[in-house]
Design a protein. Structure first.
Length: 320
């Protein structure tokens, strides 16, 4: 009975957290009138896209027992690559494939260094964080990359308050979430990812090619991060090499809030999506309350610490 209650709490925890956060920002009279409107929730969903798409890739990595600190820099680099290609006359579909491929290459390099050279994911991706950020600034000549216009700009727009249609980015996020959930739960690849994160040595003895699997996980996650970079480009309508600083913290926090464990072997897509939504609601509500940026950062930081603390509690209970 106790284990059932703990399992229920783990699964329902992200939903409870989301309800509590929404309720907190709905109570003050200064925010209630606009916060609970459909247009604001459309804005929140759109603001969730970048973190949520990144969280889908990070879910694969964390479930496999890894970590990636280079996401923010990768998003900046891929957004600059996309802006450069648009400025040179590329259409939206070729830009989409090129940017996703660029993200995949970054992930492939991370995975190869981690699995092939047997290096610590924390150190490798910390190094990649600097390399990707520096490369983005080099490609952009240390300035923003502007272009005249592109259909990509409409993928994340919420400018029309009278339109009830959700931006394309939200629909892509939902489709990717469904695809990733099926990939993790219904395929041999997904079962191997969970086995890798639970016990790498045991997985290897059971015939799982752990080296190749790690490289593949980071490469696939990199493709997600590249797509997040494209959505970042659509949102800003320019390539900015200084954007997305600290984005990796929001993404990792979203995954941990969603029930994943930093030790690996535990996690799910639905929880990560709810975690990303919680982060978006926190930022949206903080802005509507008129809180200064530094106060918002303090709140997000406390949420991250709280998420890691909850993960530690879950690990302790599992060990018992």
């Amino acid at each position: 009975m106790k284990s059932f209650a703990q399992n229920l709490l783990r699964r329902a925890g992200p939903f409870i957290g989301l309800i509590v956060v929404i309720a907190l920002f709905s109570l003050p009279a200064s925010t209630r009138e606009f916060f609970l409107t459909y247009h604001n929730f459309k804005i929140i969903l759109t603001q969730t896209v970048i973190v949520a798409v990144g969280a889908l890739g990070m879910t694969l990595i964390i479930v496999s027992g890894g970590i990636d600190l280079s996401v923010g820099s990768g998003v900046a680099l891929t957004s600059v690559v996309g802006a450069q290609l648009i400025a040179h006359g590329w259409g939206p579909v070729p830009v989409l494939f090129a940017v996703v491929a660029a993200g995949g290459v970054i992930g492939l390099l991370n995975g190869t260094a981690i699995a092939g050279l047997r290096l610590t994911p924390f150190i490798v991706t910390l190094g990649t964080l600097g390399v990707a950020r520096g490369t983005a600034k080099w490609l952009a000549d240390d300035q923003t990359v502007n272009y005249e216009g592109s259909p990509i700009n409409r993928w994340m727009t919420t400018a029309d308050p009278f339109s009830h249609a959700l931006p394309a980015g939200v629909w892509v996020m939902l489709v990717l979430a469904l695809f990733t959930s099926l990939l993790l739960r219904k395929t041999v690849f997904g079962r191997h990812v969970f086995a890798l994160g639970s016990n790498e040595a045991a997985a290897r003895l059971c015939g799982v090619r752990t080296t190749r699997l790690k490289i593949l996980v980071y490469a696939i996650a990199g493709c997600y991060f590249g797509l997040a970079g494209l959505f970042q480009l659509s949102r800003l309508r320019q390539g900015d090499p200084t954007v997305a600083i600290g984005l990796e913290l929001d993404i990792i926090a979203a995954v941990i809030i969603g029930g994943a464990s930093l030790s690996g072997g535990v996690g799910g897509v639905l929880g990560s999506m709810i975690g990303a939504l919680i982060m978006a609601v926190l930022r949206n509500g903080s802005q509507q309350m008129g809180w200064p940026t530094y106060f918002q950062e303090i709140i997000i930081g406390l949420v991250i610490v709280g998420a890691v603390f909850l993960d530690r509690i879950r690990q302790g209970r599992s060990a018992r």
